[in-house]
Design a protein around this ligand. Structure first.
Ligand code: NAD
Length: 357
């Protein structure tokens, strides 16, 4: 087995947001590597059914990264490595609820870093940043890590993901914390439950599996650098171990551009739907019509090697939907946005699914 994988055996690893899309896959992998895993998650967009059940080596703490009692609770477990994935996700959600976004992505990240300094024994803190947020719309592609950031960001989420990186830099340079910044680009794969504020792939699959037509917000010629969650997790594990990662940012991306129309056609084909595709106006904040990252630095420094073929990855994701359909159906949230923020959000589900979600 590779050295960076061996490293996790017996180590105490805190995963904030560990019940979420990327977190749940990371947690599974860490348990497979025999790490002692502590998950801190408030279950706002994560699900306990998405985590391994009754697994030795997993401590699940339902709590909030902004709450000092919850932070004390998990730091008392003496983690050696932290993967900070908890976040208010993502662009449209932050447009609808900008204060929540700042509280969790900004203050939550700051508090975690402060606790990291007070605790004094952290070997590594890996931060889940967002390449789609950091790089300006008009930056030359493929995006490289040393490109400057935009001063005019499209959403509060983009601002707070950048803020998270700035806090990481500050705590690295001024407080000596061994941080590392992972920039993701449209993760997809098992583990992501569809919903109003979720990514396009789980939502397309969810609709196609129910025989609904797929809505494209734009022309369909837009591109994204879709990256399989297993590849992202492999990159994170490398960043949690390698000394060369300290103080650095890495694009954990497949490095391939895929058109949304091609994605929609593939999802329809693999899910067995023959419904037509609908076109809606592009969302105002969605100014990044093409996204392609360079993974050259991650390849060179970390040995990162994203291997998942896109068609195969999509089929695997559909397989995960099939296996978990009842839970997914109960937990997928497609509620209204800010227009109804003043009203309590009605949960349409029964008691059992409320407990699940
Ligand atoms: N998925 C992507 O395509 C993508 C792209 C770029 C960056 N990222 C970043 O990667 C990370 C993981 O993304 P994801 O897709 O797994 O998101 P996710 O929403 O599935 O997971 C986030 C988890 O954090 C938890 N959480 C939210 N607020 C919390 C709080 N206050 N305290 C504790 N837990 C809290 C949620 O319940 C959820 O389980 C996030 O930081 C996200 O910003 C994701």
């Amino acid at each position: 087995m590779k050295e960076y994988l061996n490293y996790y055996e017996g180590r105490k690893v805190l995963v904030t947001g560990g019940a979420g899309a990327v977190g749940s896959i990371l947690v599974r992998k860490l348990l497979e590597l025999k790490a002692q895993v502590i998950v801190l998650d408030d279950l706002s967009s994560g699900y306990t059914w998405n985590l391994p059940q009754n697994e030795q080596g997993l401590l699940f703490v339902q709590g909030d990264v902004v709450d000092e009692v919850d932070l004390k609770r998990v730091f008392n477990e003496e983690p050696q490595i932290i993967f900070h994935l908890a976040a208010f996700f993502a662009n449209q959600n932050s447009v609808d609820y900008p204060e929540k976004d700042l509280n969790i992505n900004g203050l939550g990240t700051l508090k975690l870093l402060q606790y990291g300094v007070m605790y004094g024994k952290l070997e590594r803190l890996v931060y889940a940043s967002s390449g789609c947020s950091i790089y300006p719309s008009d930056a030359p592609m493929p995006f490289k890590e040393d490109l400057g950031a935009s001063m005019y960001m499209g959403t509060p989420y983009q601002i707070t993901k950048m803020l998270g990186e700035l806090y990481m830099n500050y705590f690295y340079k001024m407080k000596g914390l061994p941080i590392s910044k992972a920039r993701f680009f449209n993760s997809y794969g098992a583990g992501e439950v569809p919903g109003q504020y979720r990514n396009v792939i789980p939502n397309f699959i969810y609709w196609a599996m129910q025989g609904q037509s797929l809505p494209i917000t734009g022309t369909g010629e837009e591109t994204r650098d879709f990256t399989y969650v297993g590849d992202i997790v492999d990159g994170l594990l490398r960043m949690g171990y390698m000394k060369e990662a300290i103080g650095e940012a890495f694009n954990l991306a497949a490095g391939k551009e895929i058109k949304i129309i091609d994605l929609a056609n593939k999802v329809n084909k693999f899910a067995g739907s023959d419904k037509e595709i609908r076109y809606l106006p592009r969302r105002k904040w969605d100014t990044k019509t093409r996204l392609l990252a360079s993974n050259e630095k991650a390849r060179k420094v970390l040995g990162f090697d994203p291997i998942q073929d896109f068609d195969y990855g999509l089929k695997e994701t559909i397989q995960w939907f099939d296996t978990n359909w009842d839970n997914i159906k109960d937990c997928a949230k497609f509620g209204p946005g800010i227009s109804s923020a003043v009203r309590p959000v009605a949960k349409e589900n029964n008691k059992e699914s409320l407990a699940k979600c």
